[in-house]
Design a protein around this ligand. Structure first.
Ligand SMILES: *[C@@H]1O[C@H](CO)[C@@H](O)[C@H](O)[C@H]1NC(C)=O
Ligand SMILES: *[C@@H]1O[C@H](CO)[C@@H](O)[C@H](O)[C@H]1NC(C)=O
Ligand SMILES: *[C@@H]1O[C@H](CO)[C@@H](O)[C@H](O)[C@H]1NC(C)=O
Ligand SMILES: *[C@@H]1O[C@H](CO)[C@@H](O)[C@H](O)[C@H]1NC(C)=O
Length: 570
């Protein structure tokens, strides 16, 4: 309790200090949840490793956390890694020493990590917090050219990767004058690289966590927009470290006895959201499966309580016969990354008895909107604004539009910018300024707010179709199409038309039972179907059946690729 007293003393003024020797586990999350909701002030100093993880470590030692690992990693060969908060603390302190002492990195330096889902990725993440080093995760798909761009733009002094990507790094190294150290996560050694696994054996676990300010940079993500080179999105310790307290509690519904599995790759923000910050802030277990493909059997084999994946995976799952699996422990399902079609939610509910709680956010933000536990779920909506965000729908001049009207989904940043939001696009003040409109940060997504404050996704601004002056969002047409049994998945984009300028075109992946049907007849059926279930002007005048849709590594449909093809652009 003395530790907590000191901690709270550091964290905030004396009103909190009062009575804190009776601090309970639940108060860790409650405190940060209150900060997150702006009911309490953002502490000046905050470090997720010392203020959250090390506190759980203490609670675990005191027997005040249920017996539940902090981290649980499995692969398909039956290998398993299970760490308590104590082990996570021990290993991440070693890793912090490797970064600071062996690699000679200083506070504020940057480290790029391009790794698959290996336990070391989590250690590096926490070690960087401990040493005050800025962590930059990269995705597995990076080529030598991408790595070069990232190393140059970020001025990273160290890169961590594995045998597969090491040659790509070596091929561009001479052009990266900031790069000092290369760390490899591999069984054997490699010339010019320090081996992380070998260093563990000879490095001390004595490390004192640096005292970081809440507003100091902690993480950088590269994000590609529709134009230009990828931008560097900077998040502070407070932004991601505290910013998920509220969504972790009310959207993900996490407690210290829960085991959360998210299928996301380590290179994407979603891994930070739901495989680091949201579960750990409430002392839950982070579950990781190393395989890139998702298998429903994992959900029945392990006692996973909380599951999150992308809509594309749910769309595939409901095509399986899920009744042959028993998801004994599963109690809460989440979806994000892309809008989820209501039909898929319904099918999931029928087959598993569980609702899917959808949430929405961006690399630049924490959870913007979510269907939180206890709220009425409106299938097809993104839910309501998550505190402290004030989410509004605005026009192109920054003015809030009336309820029910389509506009830009935006977050109020004036008079006060929420702390749990990106600080800037690094070295890019023009782009940083360009996403502001009046008093708002503009997400680039279009939506509608209903009278109860639920936000309905219409589409990415660039994806909206303008047919004879009618504005049509792809999501609604896709959601209508998927209600038809023949449709497994679809992507709706604009296509040129001599009279209307643009028309709606649907690319459709057929359900297996329908692939041999007559395409002309099917086209007509589908057009009739859409006219019936939504406003008739939205029906796809053009239909093309395809084997698969172009997707990003996180499973988002790349409508842009299809649209460019339609318009004859490269
Ligand atoms: C977070 O953890 C505490 C116990 O430490 C629990 O009381 C609380 O309900 C948890 N989660 C939520 C959903 O608030
Ligand atoms: C190295 O990482 C890449 C990308 O993260 C992955 O595709 C590859 O399988 C990994 N290689 C080894 C040897 O583990
Ligand atoms: C989990 O990962 C998927 C990608 O696999 C992502 O779309 C989703 O948003 C993630 N969930 C959360 C809660 O971050
Ligand atoms: C939509 O197209 C019409 C012409 O068909 C044009 O007059 C109008 O400006 C377009 N609207 C937008 C928002 O691009």
């Amino acid at each position: 309790n003395f530790i907590f007293a000191c901690l709270l003393f550091i964290l905030s003024p004396c009103r909190l200090f009062h009575g804190c020797n009776r601090l309970l586990t639940s108060q860790i999350i409650s405190y940060y949840d209150s900060v997150n909701r702006c009911e309490k002030e953002l502490p000046e100093y905050f470090n997720f490793a010392s203020d959250v993880l090390d506190k759980w470590l203490q609670l675990e030692k005191d027997g005040r956390r249920p017996a539940n690992p902090a981290f649980w990693w499995v692969n398909d060969e039956g290998e398993e890694v299970k760490w308590s908060f104590e082990e996570l603390g021990f290993l991440s302190r070693k890793t912090a020493n490797i970064l600071s002492e062996t690699c000679g990195l200083q506070r504020g330096d940057r480290v790029i990590a391009v790794l698959p889902r290996v336990p070391e990725w989590w250690l590096l993440n926490v070690a960087c917090m401990r040493a005050g080093i800025v962590f930059i995760p990269g995705t597995s798909q990076l080529t030598a050219k991408d790595i070069l761009y990232r190393l140059q733009a970020s001025k990273a002094k160290c890169i961590v990767t594995n045998d597969t990507l090491a040659p790509a790094v070596e091929s561009v190294m001479s052009e990266c004058r900031f790069l000092k150290t290369k760390l490899i996560v591999a069984k054997g050694s490699r010339d010019g690289w320090l081996n992380l696994k070998e260093l563990f054996a000879v490095t001390s676990a004595d490390h004192k966590c640096v005292k970081t300010r809440s507003r100091d940079p902690m993480l950088i993500y590269f994000t590609s927009g529709s134009t230009g080179s990828p931008k560097m999105v900077v998040h502070s310790h407070g932004s991601y470290g505290i910013g998920f307290a509220t969504s972790g509690r009310y959207w993900m519904n996490l407690t210290p006895s829960d085991i959360m599995w998210n299928t996301s790759d380590t290179g994407w923000v979603k891994a930070a959201w739901s495989s680091v910050f949201a579960p750990w802030i409430n002392g839950s277990c982070v579950f990781v499966h190393s395989l890139p493909e998702f298998k429903p059997a994992t959900l029945s084999r392990y006692p996973i309580t909380t599951f999150c994946t992308a809509p594309t995976a749910y769309r595939m799952l409901v095509q399986h016969c899920l009744s042959s699996y028993k998801f004994m422990s599963l109690k809460h399902c989440l979806s994000g990354g892309e809008a989820l079609n209501p039909e898929v939610m319904e099918q999931w509910k029928i087959q598993t008895g569980l609702d899917i709680y959808e949430g929405y956010g961006q690399t630049e933000t924490v959870t913007i909107c979510a269907n939180m536990k206890g709220m009425k779920i409106k299938p097809g909506s993104l839910g309501k604004a998550v505190p402290p965000y004030d989410v509004q729908i605005i026009d192109d001049h920054g003015t809030v539009v009336p309820v029910g009207k389509e506009g830009n989904i935006a977050i109020r940043v004036q008079p006060e910018r929420p702390f749990c939001m990106f600080s800037e696009y690094m070295d890019n003040p023009e782009k940083t300024a360009a996403c502001m409109s009046g008093n708002f940060y503009v997400t680039g997504d279009r939506g509608i707010m209903d009278e109860e404050g639920y936000v309905w996704f219409v589409g990415r601004s660039d994806d909206i179709i303008n047919s004879s002056g009618y504005r049509i969002g792809p999501f609604e047409v896709e959601s209508a199409l998927i209600q038809h049994p023949a449709v497994m998945e679809s992507a709706v984009v604009s296509s040129p038309d001599p009279i209307r300028g643009e028309v709606v075109k649907a690319f459709i992946v057929l359900a297996p039972a329908f692939v041999s049907h007559d395409p002309e007849k099917l086209t007509q059926d589908l057009q009739q179907h859409v006219k019936k279930v939504t406003a008739p002007y939205k029906y796809p005048r053009k239909v093309e059946f395809v084997q698969a849709l172009p997707k990003t590594a996180t499973g988002k449909i790349q409508r842009k690729v299809l649209r460019n093809k339609e318009w004859g652009k490269a």
